[in-house]
Design a protein around this ligand. Structure first.
Ligand SMILES: *Cc1c(COP(=O)(O)O)cnc(C)c1O
Length: 240
């Protein structure tokens, strides 16, 4: 049976080879291990194998794990739907938030970020495939939201995140990721300094890297199939 350590090794090798094919330096691509639904033992195993950045989707679940793993040097990323009443916990316990799609959320995260911590690193989640059911800001609304967020004192806007509609069609995967990259480039031409493209999951991170991903969010390929079905496009499951 594949272990977490060997899965991680395989994912890292795939990242290196995807970067090489794209003519990119592998150091440009960060690996975020998505540990939602997996127990702290699985995270310890991945950490022992050299993984230091982990991502969680559900605040209550994450807070328990963060407390239990306080002895490890882990950079925690929040990638799930954000409920207004959870912004304080997120601001207090995470280094990055990838799923901001409203100014009100960003304002609360900035207001609630503890003064002794560095600025919270943010990505705007963009609804790149235009699906009505998905969270994320519409591409045409990203510029105004980004310009407002960069004014906030205790957050730093780093880039864009997307979860394109799942597709086995590699050309469709490339097209969606290319749209996010083009949007980021357009914002930078308007004076922003966005260095992060958070895109690519277990089934499509190779295409994402070819299109410029700087952070891939990989769960299943590292930890195996999730123990219970909770998907990123099911907000409302964060009842604790
Ligand atoms: C669950 C999740 C992932 C990881 O998905 P896998 O297919 O298991 O790699 C990545 N990003 C987000 C936002 C997620 O919710």
């Amino acid at each position: 049976m594949a272990t977490i350590a060997s899965n991680l090794q395989a994912v890292r090798a795939a990242i290196v080879s995807a970067a090489a094919s794209a003519g990119r330096a592998e150091e440009e691509i960060g690996l975020l291990a998505v540990s939602k639904t997996f127990p702290v033992d699985a995270i310890r195993e991945a950490h022992l194998a050299g993984q230091t950045r982990f991502a969680e989707n559900y605040v209550q679940e994450a807070l328990g794990k963060i407390a239990e793993l306080a002895d490890l040097a882990i950079e925690w990323h929040f990638i799930g739907p954000i409920q207004t009443n959870k912004t304080r916990s997120i601001a207090e316990h995470f280094a990055w938030v990838h799923s901001v799609d409203r100014l009100k959320t960003a304002q609360r995260l900035s207001d609630q970020r503890p003064a002794q911590l560095p600025a919270l690193q943010l990505c705007l989640q963009v609804n790149i495939s235009g699906e009505a059911s998905k969270s994320g800001v519409a591409p045409e609304a990203v510029a105004a939201l980004a310009q407002a967020i960069v004014q906030l004192p205790h957050v730093t806007l780093r880039g864009l995140m997307a979860i394109p509609a799942p597709s086995d069609d590699v050309a469709a995967q490339h097209a969606a990721f290319a749209r996010l990259r083009e949007l980021r480039d357009q914002l930078n031409r308007q004076g922003l300094h966005l260095d992060t493209l958070s895109m690519g999951m277990s089934h499509d991170f190779v295409a994402a890297i070819a299109e410029g991903a700087t952070m891939v969010r990989v769960g299943t390929a590292i930890f195996g199939n999730r123990l219970y079905p909770r998907e990123a496009d099911n907000p409302g499951l964060d009842a604790g």
